[in-house]
Design a protein around this ligand. Sequence first.
Ligand code: ATP
Ligand code: MG
Length: 179
Amino acid sequence: MANQRIFFALWPSTRERDELCTLAQASAPGEGRRHNPDDLHMTLVFLGQVTASQFQCVEKVADDIQVAPFELTINHTGFWPRPKIFWAAPDHTPVQLERLVEHLNDGLRGCGFAPEQRAYKPHVTLYRKARYAKPARLGTSIFWRAREFVLASSTNSGSSTARYQVLRRWALEDGTNTG
Ligand code: ATP
Ligand code: MG
């Protein structure tokens, strides 16, 4: 598990991924490096390197999450100059998404992780190392049906192959229909 960095994320379905990919192709910010299509995701909580026992604890936290599925409307793009990231995002953060991040952070405290201090800003990174990109509204929004969340890991592979790997998936369910 050494050198493996892990994070919770929403992973797009094939249709959503293709729409994000088309958006990325149409955007082309100066000198940026586009994410491999299979790497497109929305980070929920970044954990970094974990020990084997922390990993087990993290999985248990995810097992206990009860949040209903929700929909995201990705409707604009923007640029953060410091991390040099060009991203796509929804204007509105669904309450279930806020709850999902909050419940993960609450549980992860018990595994020895300090929760992120900055407010959660849902976004999908389209380009890394971008130089500049004008913020824009999307002519056609991308609808993303979040039915599950995943635990993913990042590897430092070459730029032509996927950097991330989905380790485990959990269905979103609010617990009211499971008896
Ligand atoms: P590298 O850091 O090697 O350039 P990367 O940023 O793609 O690659 P990670 O740092 O492992 O890979 O990050 C995995 C995911 O978690 C990415 O979506 C990244 O934006 C996000 N992330 C990384 N660090 C943080 C952090 N401190 N807070 C929130 N999200 C983070
Ligand atoms: Mg990073």
